[in-house]
Design a protein around this ligand. Structure first.
Ligand code: ADP
Ligand code: MG
Length: 406
């Protein structure tokens, strides 16, 4: 379970920061017992400050059942109307104690706005149950129709001291070893977004300890983030290139980080294609540099993977997701045992394929695995093994290790 989920508050008392807002929520819960007694609330503020969590905590600790909708549910007014209106009117002896939470209410599609506003206003007028709206921006025109009908409660970015305290508690509970200095950097980076901060913390704690040690990466992820920010967010040739030149990170390592995170930043398909095009060329020159020992090629490679990716997008760059640890590096270290078994096979392949161990690991292994599987299906195990022995000098055990690798 992700850290942010594991440590999500389940009662309002556990919420960090925004004390006044939390207190007003408690008051709202107290006043929401009789039917139709209360004006709806609108919680608003930047993401990761606990709006959704607070609404849920309020419901849990006061025995409300939740009827909840969010951005993905706001598709057509009819569905909205069919779900919300009847539920909002349910009453009588056996009626449940219900709270209606309309999350991400400012993220309805334009197309759907007109009809939905009517339904929502009807809901506000007729509901017998308390309603909480949640939005990120109070001034978004998509919720202008609501402003007069709700009491608003702001959720501000949570202050650094509070986030630091929360992170330290979690680090301690998890028995993780993370320096105060690193926590300080994470806190600064979080910019008041607790979810973001916890996700970064998780990346720092996660990964494969042995691997992180090996790569000297423990305290270097933040440095990597800095380089990635300059590549993905500046759209500037020189800034991106210099970020690549000034880091001690190997090109081999950097290209993996960029590769893994392109889809976390670029949202337009054409931008992805263009970024990956440049990465493919970067990878080509990187391979040439080590194969031909001509290190001039490293320069091309470096520029393509930094400036080339930085200038790739013409569309929107998304800031929503956190950077992810490169998957194929994680895979490399996933299982030492299977790695040892497979490394015997890789050594043989170095001679058969005239490629480096790393290239074989990153480029060929999956391919060979697929070939072995297909071959076995088509021609049976024996013939397939024979073929691989003849062509690549692989023994039965090697082939099995490749099949078992991930
Ligand atoms: N005020 C807070 N106190 C403790 N944890 C929080 C707080 N705000 C956010 N979090 C953590 O971040 C996660 C996401 O918060 P969420 O309520 O979804 O934010 P929002 O709805 O404002 O974007 C929660 O699951 C929780 O782990
Ligand atoms: Mg939310």
């Amino acid at each position: 379970m992700p850290l942010a989920e594991k440590y999500a508050p389940t009662t309002l008392n556990q919420m960090v920061g925004n004390e006044d807002s939390v207190e007003r929520l408690m008051k709202f819960a107290m006043e929401s017992h009789g039917p139709g007694t209360r004006r709806p609330l609108l919680l608003y503020g930047p993401s990761g400050t606990g709006k959704t969590t607070a609404a849920h905590a309020l419901a849990y600790s006061n025995g409300f059942e939740i009827l909840e909708m969010n951005a993905s549910d706001y598709r057509d007014a009819a569905t909205l109307s069919n779900t919300l209106i009847p539920a909002s009117k349910s009453s009588g002896l056996f009626s449940r104690k219900l709270i209606i939470i309309l999350d991400e209410i400012d993220e309805r599609s334009d197309k759907f706005d007109a009809g939905s506003e009517k339904v929502i206003m009807q809901l506000v007028k007729e509901s017998r149950h308390p309603i909480i709206f949640i939005a990120s921006d109070f001034w978004d025109r998509k919720i202008s129709f609501l402003r007069e009908s709700v009491d608003k409660i702001e959720f501000k970015r949570v202050n650094k001291e509070e986030i630091r305290k929360l992170m330290k508690t979690i680090v301690k509970k998890e028995g993780a070893e993370i320096s105060d200095q690193t926590i300080d950097q994470l806190v600064a980076r979080s910019n008041g977004d607790i979810r973001g901060g916890l996700n970064d913390l998780e990346v720092m704690m996660g990964g494969v300890p042995e691997l992180i040690e090996n790569l000297g990466m423990r305290d270097r992820k933040l440095e990597v983030y800095g380089v990635l920010d300059k590549i993905f967010l500046t759209r500037n040739f020189d800034t991106a290139r210099e970020a690549g030149m000034n880091t001690d990170l190997d090109s081999d390592m950097l290209i993996n980080w960029v590769d893994e995170n392109v889809p976390n930043r670029y949202t337009w398909k054409l931008d992805l294609i263009s970024a990956y095009g440049n990465l493919a060329r970067a990878s080509f020159f990187l391979g040439q540099a080590s194969r031909k020992s001509y290190y001039g090629y490293l320069r091309y490679s470096s520029i393509l993977m930094t400036s080339g990716v930085s200038l790739a997008p013409s569309g929107e760059v998304s800031y929503m997701k956190n950077y992810a640890f490169p998957n194929n590096i994680k895979q490399l270290s996933k299982s030492k045992a299977s790695r040892n078994a497979v490394s015997g096979a890789i050594v043989k392949l170095v001679y058969a394929l005239h490629a480096s161990k790393k290239d074989i690991f990153n480029g060929y292994l999956q391919l060979l695995k697929a070939m072995i599987k297909e071959g076995t299906k088509e021609y049976g195990e024996e013939k397939t093994f024979e073929f691989f022995q003849r062509t690549y000098s692989l023994e039965k055990d090697d082939i099995k290790a490749i099949l078992a690798s991930n």
